[in-house]
Design a protein around this ligand. Structure first.
Ligand SMILES: *Cc1c(COP(=O)(O)O)cnc(C)c1O
Length: 451
């Protein structure tokens, strides 16, 4: 898409010295110079705040349907949500290994246990398809907003939806989410998978009647092909991971749910009790939506970080240079090859980059070795199994204490850290087959955790 000259890259390196380390694929920690007061930032956004409430209401309308067709959601009455758990044993281990005490509580948001597709994509992905299904059914006067949506679980509705198709490009987890919910409703669904997508994810989808098309190329290519195919067919709806507001809003609903969970744990978030959230980032929609939702509820009392693999730091590159989706990691010689398949994205969402620019505290990168070590450590200390991508947040608190002290000073947080809360967003893992997880764990045993 772009042809950058050698000179462009040299100029950026002069302007943004951290870029040198980024290009060498070393771990970096970056504080966002464009962070604004959240009140001013939120007013500039391209959608109304009410849009998040609207998304939450829509998910409530669908709850009876979800509870009926996905029995594992019954005990939550059809609301797709994950637990928030204390991981103090992991905290102890991190304190030792990094020789850097984490002040405050350390919690894990277990999106690995989200029902239906076992990753954060069960938020945005499922939401977008439900919204599309609702729109079609309302247009054709088959449904009203007052109906009990469990009526969608019927042959007549499945026949109706089978006149329509859905397409999406994915590194794996979005495909799982979109594929499973679309097939359940009765849509014809095609998932365009990038080369990084794991074999078991493709097999799982095929077993559920989802058409899977595989590419040798990376995520951006899979998305592009999906978009081309969908454009040819007026009955085909394309889930555009790089630009979708619906996905973003589906993710944003997580914030009000998290707020209730924090209240239930009697954890305060206010001026004197800061909240830090560490979110693994691929194209940006998942972490962006969650961060936006949280800023809306907690304003300047919440501090959000994105975490990316050293080999795929697309959002950081876009934010640092201000070029957003006009630049890819490959443009500066970074290979976008990582075992963190959920984060293997070379070009960020331009839409999310611009939305998040005034809201994000910072961004850091993590090596694959580090992800594996943290994976093993979390199993050993807490018995929790995450996929490699989902560990990217875990090193955030240590990085903050080692490299973010200026930020803490500047925002008058230094003296408040013992009353702070750190939430690591565990974005996926429960669907990983046991033998694959065993391999991950063994890889983690090969490395020792050090600074
Ligand atoms: C997709 C994904 C992310 C990041 O979400 P994006 O919307 O791509 O930024 C993080 N972790 C896992 C496990 C994922 O599948």
């Amino acid at each position: 898409m772009n042809e950058f000259e050698y000179n462009d890259i040299q100029n950026w390196k002069d302007q943004y010295p951290l870029l040198n380390k980024l290009i060498l694929m070393e771990e970096v920690f970056w504080l966002n110079p464009k962070l604004e007061k959240s009140q001013t930032a939120i007013k500039k956004l391209p959608f109304t705040e009410e849009a998040v409430d609207d998304a939450e209401e829509r998910l409530k309308r669908f709850a009876s349907y979800i509870a009926r067709v996905f029995p594992e959601t019954k005990k939550m009455n059809g609301i797709i949500e994950s637990p928030l758990v204390d991981i103090s044993s992991m905290k102890k281990s991190l304190n030792q290994k990094y020789q850097q005490p984490i002040l405050g509580e350390l919690l894990l948001k277990c999106d690995n246990h989200l029902p239906i597709s076992g990753s954060i994509k069960a938020r945005g992905g499922i939401y977008e398809i439900l919204k599309h299904a609702e729109t079609l059914a309302l247009q054709h006067k088959l449904l009203t907003l007052q109906d009990d949506y469990s009526i969608l679980d019927s042959d007549s509705f499945r026949r109706f939806f089978s006149n329509y198709s859905i397409a999406v490009g994915s590194t794996g987890n979005l495909g799982l989410s979109i594929g499973i919910i679309s097939a359940k409703l009765g849509f014809n669904v095609t998932v365009h998978m990038s080369a990084d997508a794991k074999q078991w994810k493709k097999e799982l989808l095929r077993s559920k009647n989802v058409q899977v098309i595989e590419y040798e190329a990376d995520y951006s290519k899979a998305v592009e092909e999906g978009r081309i195919q969908a454009d040819k067919d007026p009955a085909c709806y394309f889930v555009d991971d790089e630009n979708s507001e619906d996905l973003f809003l589906g993710y944003a609903v997580a914030a009000s749910r998290l707020k209730k969970q924090l209240e239930a744990l009697e954890i305060t978030v206010d001026e004197d009790h800061p909240l830090f959230v560490y979110l693994p980032c691929g194209v940006g929609g998942g972490p962006g939506g969650v961060a936006f939702g949280l800023k809306r509820l907690y304003q300047d009392h919440v501090h959000c970080f994105f975490a990316e693999p050293t080999h795929s730091p697309c959002m950081l590159l876009g934010l640092m240079t201000g070029l957003h989706d006009k630049i890819s990691v490959q443009d500066v010689g970074i290979d976008n090859v990582t075992d963190a398949d959920g984060l293997a994205v070379g070009r960020p969402s331009g839409f999310v980059g611009k939305v998040i620019e005034p809201l994000l505290t910072g961004n850091y990168t993590v090596s694959d070795e580090h992800l594996y070590m943290l994976l093993k450590e979390l199993v050993d200390t807490e018995g929790i199994y995450l996929e490699p991508s989902a560990l990217a947040g875990m090193i955030g608190p240590a990085k903050l204490y080692n490299e973010g002290l200026d930020y803490l000073e500047k925002h008058h947080l230094t003296g408040k850290m013992s009353k702070s809360t750190h939430i690591v967003w565990g974005t996926g893992g429960s669907m990983v087959p046991e033998e694959v997880m065993r391999e991950y764990y063994q890889k983690g045993s090969k490395f020792t955790l050090e600074k």
